[in-house]
Design a protein around this ligand. Sequence first.
Ligand code: SF4
Ligand code: FES
Length: 247
Amino acid sequence: MDIKLKIWRQKGPKNQGNFVDYNLTGVSKDMSFLEMIDYLNKKLIENGDEPVAYEHDCREGICGSCALYINGRPHGPGDLVTTCELRMTKFTDGDTIVIEPWRARSFPVIKDLIADRFAFDKIMEAGGFIPVNTGSAPEANSIPVPKEASDEAFDAAACIGCGACVAACKNSSAMLFVAAKVSHLALLPQGKSESGKRARAMIAKMDELGFGSCTNTGACEAECPKGISLAHIARLNREYLKEGFRS
Ligand code: SF4
Ligand code: FES
């Protein structure tokens, strides 16, 4: 099939970017979305043009690096998929596809479609870990965890740190990401004791880095490729408030 692409091109963090149009012919429905960009880049290189810079690693929905805004949606059309899992079967001959990087003050564009998501690492540094030595893997039944808590912790741990929740939010809030990390650790015995402090530290860092506050619209949950639930934000708020009373 033949498609038209409108792709954000930007030489560097200090340069102004703009959309550039490309007509791409001979695209196979069997291609993944990233293979389609690879195909475009191959043609650009053959013509002596600079290929489009974009980020990827695992190409199987686990690393969170393929952060692209496609036709107005983080990770494009389709639910519960990352950009790398998106297939060209979602598009038809003659379609125009608009591709941009994440848009958020805390995720500045480095080049073309690559946004700097280092702010998420800084939030994790502020509290997204357990500081006690938990030793090597314990015997499975030595620390019993209720099935319900274990399932919920596992669901929260599915967050891949892609940033789609920030990109989807009109306030560029990172609440769903922070909530997933706080919830995951608060539900397990190893992380429970300092869950309030963790919530306070991570939210303070999130605010310091310029992420906005929660809009309560649920756009983050709707666009999250891992189906992280808003219920985790409720747990984050509870941990935050409880720590306020405690301290
Ligand atoms: S909560 Fe969902 S959208 Fe946000 S970073 Fe995690 S996986 Fe990505
Ligand atoms: S490239 Fe790893 S999640 Fe898409």
